[in-house]
Design a protein around this ligand. Structure first.
Ligand SMILES: *Cc1c(COP(=O)(O)O)cnc(C)c1O
Length: 739
């Protein structure tokens, strides 16, 4: 953000003591002086023009820096920037980015403002243990984080005054390495805040310590960083401060590392610290949203404060409930976070001893049908939230069933838990080239008319040849990417050539290519098709209609069973019988996710029903015209419409797990053999497969209006945030009239 005269630009970071992101980058010519600003807000990640600007600055460098605008600006030849300052096509895009950034800096004319003019601009605080926004900020592990990131991006688009609250994991999640035996090793992720738009926040007198919490009978000092996500600020808490004891400094180093007590301390930091950091920053939320039970202490802390200020337990609970929203993502009773009272006491120490209502506060986490001293984060969040939801229609009913004992007097259908089906952020997940096609055939403003009746009928106007050409080029892009990734790992990491076959270097751009990428949790059944490897072999190596499979995904560092599934898949990648047609891509993350969902022909999803609360990767694939074959679970129960993919019929209830697995495998094979492969290869000698392309069109037309984050955030606003914000204004009006 340096002008030629060295003064700072007009739109710098709003942070006292914050750094200008490209302070050590080149001196920018006046015509392009806002270039550095572009990288200081993650809005560039979903702005087609901004991505194009960075690509044009230097395509090779852009790839080499893993799409990092801050690094790019540091490294680009100054003479190139000078030349581009006179390139009309470049300037046109540059100016478009400036206009968008200016629009983002205000809030007029947004959906929020026009639909809910009475709600004002006091923020909704959105707490989550992880956020997946871009691969350069690795503070996510998977679906939950990516969903939270997409939620923030859509809130920004819609003008919803959201402020995100999370933890800054200074050492990220982990880098995955797979050895020649197929065993996953969890390497340290590398993450340097100076190469990201993160800005440290300071108190007015320049201290990085914004607030404190007590933990294990000592003070933990808490700092925070801000990440700008379009109009949304994300506040990330950090305990790695000199003032802290070494074990407290480590608290925020890594995501989901360590055992239960570590997790408890992290969640305490997020919930309690988060409330206090917002206060220290002068942010007064009108409503509070806990995304998954990890953040439930945020509600407990708010109740505790009200009690400390003189409220009764009932008054405090009622006040917190009126302004709180809780989303659960777990479809099994055993999957929720639980701590013993002993663990809680050990951690809370004196902090809770000072509260007379300690027992009542602990009772908030009591499971309705369980004896003993355990604190259930989900139970606490349900008790303290006026609005509770699951993440798909089916998961809503599963959740009502799991928690119905909290309302013993009610019928399960009357349990007050609803659902908001997840969605993915369209401009993040749909490839530029597909968007260009839609510009051409639906009109350049289609992005603003996404939910308009009839708009998506227009997708039939895209000619087969055009859609196929774009798809085929994305597929070649994936195959090139795999080859380059293998080349790099061969140079830097691998000592045995055997790795190269398994990395997909033998894949070809023509066969039907199936993608399967997700966490290696056993319920996701990455190995389902390998249970009949002869049948799989016949499918893959059919000389006239060959099929290829590409896998990616991490197992949780502590999940040895998941690692064994990965190992089983990996062994097949190098089995010569499969002719190099099965690949495993290491280190699944946002970048690989993008490559896969846009570059394969078919997305495969095989969770054991009903264990997938929603699932989102299939939505990302659909936006790129990649149809899905899936069990009937999560969002697919709503999303499968007959023409946009394939659905494995539900196994009869009476089957045990083993029988259900066999049933699902049989149907998956049958659909592949009898419908999917024939449709893909049904084409004239020269020309695209018309029936297949029709399925691609339907995949896009159904996902874009219904399974995107725009619709999801609109649902949250209408049914969850608006009532909470209204309750908050009423409470405020009540206080002011009584004082
Ligand atoms: C979308 C996404 C996920 C979640 O995918 P599911 O289908 O819900 O398993 C996980 N990891 C990454 C990197 C993603 O982009």
């Amino acid at each position: 953000m340096r002008k030629k005269d060295g003064t700072s630009g007009a739109v710098g970071p709003r942070t006292a003591g914050g750094k200008a992101p490209a302070a050590d980058g080149p001196v920018l010519p006046p015509r392009l002086e806002r270039l550095a600003e572009f990288g200081s807000n993650l809005a560039w990640t979903w702005d087609r023009d901004a991505r194009d600007v960075f690509r044009r600055l230097d395509l090779n460098l852009w790839r080499r820096t893993h799409h990092n605008p801050i690094d790019l600006l540091r490294l680009v030849e100054p003479s190139r920037i000078t030349r581009l300052a006179e390139d009309p096509a470049f300037l046109e895009r540059y100016d478009a980015v400036c206009r968008r950034a200016d629009r983002d800096s205000e809030h007029h004319g947004t959906w929020w403002e026009s639909e809910f003019p009475g709600l004002g601009r006091r923020p909704i605080a959105y707490f989550c243990a992880e956020f997946g926004l871009h691969e350069s900020v690795p503070i996510y592990s998977g679906g939950l984080g990516v969903l939270a990131g997409d939620h923030c991006k859509a809130a920004s688009d819609l003008g919803v005054p959201l402020v995100g609250v999370g933890l800054l994991y200074a050492r990220g999640y982990f880098d995955q390495r797979v050895d020649t035996e197929g065993w996953q090793h969890d390497g340290d992720a590398t993450f340097e805040t100076s190469r990201t738009p993160l800005e440290r926040l300071f108190t007015p007198d320049g201290s990085p310590v914004l607030t404190r919490v007590y933990g294990s009978n000592r003070k933990i000092h808490i700092g925070a960083w801000r990440l700008n996500v379009g109009r949304v600020s994300l506040i990330l808490l950090d305990s790695d401060l000199e003032e802290n004891a070494p074990e407290d400094r480590e608290l925020t180093h890594k995501l989901y590392a360590g055992g239960v007590s570590h997790r408890l301390r992290q969640e305490g930091l997020l919930g309690i610290g988060g409330v206090r950091v917002l206060e220290a920053l002068g942010i007064e939320p009108a409503a509070w949203h806990a995304n998954e039970g990890h953040a439930a202490f945020m509600m407990v802390e708010r109740a505790r404060r009200l009690i400390a200020a003189g409220a009764t337990m009932d008054e405090a609970t009622a006040a917190v409930r009126a302004t709180s929203v809780f989303t659960t993502h777990t479809p099994v009773a055993a999957g929720h976070d639980v701590f013993t009272h002993e663990q809680l006491e050990e951690w809370a120490g004196d902090n809770w001893d000072r509260i007379e209502t300690r027992d009542e506060l602990l009772a908030l986490g009591r499971h309705p049908t369980e004896e003993g001293d355990r604190f259930h984060m989900t139970a606490a969040a349900i008790r303290l939230s006026g609005k509770v939801n699951g993440v798909s229609e089916r998961h809503g009913s599963v959740t009502r069933e799991i928690w119905k004992s909290m309302w013993p007097e009610r019928d399960v259908a009357e349990v007050p838990i609803g659902h908001v089906t997840n969605g993915v952020h369209l401009a993040t997940w749909m490839h530029n080239d597909i968007m260009d096609l839609l510009d051409h055939h639906l009109g350049p403003d289609w992005g603003l008319r996404i939910d308009e009746d009839g708009l998506w009928d227009g997708i039939d106007r895209i000619p087969d040849e055009e859609l196929w050409r774009v798809h085929q080029s994305l597929k070649i892009g994936l195959i090139d990417f795999m080859r380059e990734d293998a080349r790099r790992r061969w140079r830097d990491e691998w000592s045995e050539a055997a790795h190269l076959v398994g990395a997909g270097t033998l894949l070809s751009p023509f066969p039907l290519t199936i993608g399967f990428a997700r966490r290696f949790a056993t319920y996701k059944r990455a190995d389902l098709l390998f249970r009949d490897s002869d049948r799989l072999l016949a499918l893959l190596s059919n000389p006239r209609r060959p099929v290829q499979l590409v896998f990616a995904g991490k197992a949780h560092p502590r999940d040895d069973e998941g690692k064994r599934v990965l190992q089983g898949v990996y062994a097949h990648t190098r089995d010569p019988r499969f002719e190099g047609r099965i690949a495993f891509l290491e280190d699944y993350g946002l970048h690989i996710a993008h490559r896969l969902v846009e570059g394969v022909d078919l997305w495969l999803n095989l969770p054991r029903v009903p264990l997938e609360a929603s699932g989102t990767s299939g939505m990302k694939a659909a936006l790129n015209g990649v149809p899905m074959l899936s069990t009937r679970d999560g969002w697919w129960e709503e999303g499968y419409a007959g023409e946009n993919g394939w659905s494995i019929p539900r196994a009869p209830e009476k089957m045990d797990q083993k029988e259900a697995d066999a049933h699902d495998a049989e149907h998956a094979f049958r659909l592949l053999e009898e419908e999917i492969v024939p449709r893909f290869y049904d084409r004239p000698i020269e020309g695209p497969p018309a029936a297949w392309i029709q399925t691609m069109r339907k995949a896009i037309a159904i996902a874009a209006p219904r399974f995107t984050a725009r619709r999801m955030v609109q649902d949250y606003v209408r049914d969850y945030y608006a009532p909470a914000v209204a309750a908050s204004s009423e409470a405020a009006a009540g206080t002011s009239s009584s004082t």
